[in-house]
Design a protein. Structure first.
Length: 114
């Protein structure tokens, strides 16, 4: 397998998902919720559904970098789930809006610098 083919392998390209359920009862809770959500967006995550964000990663190593950033931003209260799936697994997901099939989120364009 060539290096270029290996880079584009659907089992090597990853999607990093973050699910979260954070408290919003107090003003401080809402501030922590907003801070966490904004940190995900700043790091390139896109909202899939409310409190479910995903990010396309070129490799497992790249996903680990972003996972560390998410962990560093986790608020003191609430629940956060972080998991990885391959691009191949992501391709098998089905998305529906109002019982009708919907398009999958766009795969972001990746820029490689050598």
């Amino acid at each position: 397998m060539s290096i270029k083919t290996d880079r584009l392998n659907a089992y090597r390209i990853m999607w990093l998902f973050v699910y979260f359920d954070l408290p919003t009862q107090t003003k401080k809770d809402r501030k922590e919720y907003t801070r966490f959500r904004k940190s995900l967006i700043k790091d390139g995550f896109a909202m899939i559904q409310y409190s479910i964000y995903a990010r396309h990663c070129a490799s497992v190593e790249n996903a680990e970098v972003h996972k560390k950033r998410v962990k560093a931003a986790i608020p003191p209260h609430g629940e956060v789930i972080i998991f990885l799936i391959t691009d191949k697994q992501f391709g098998k997901m089905e998305f529906y809006r109002s019982a009708k099939a919907s398009d999958k989120p766009d795969t972001p364009q990746q820029l490689e610098l050598f």
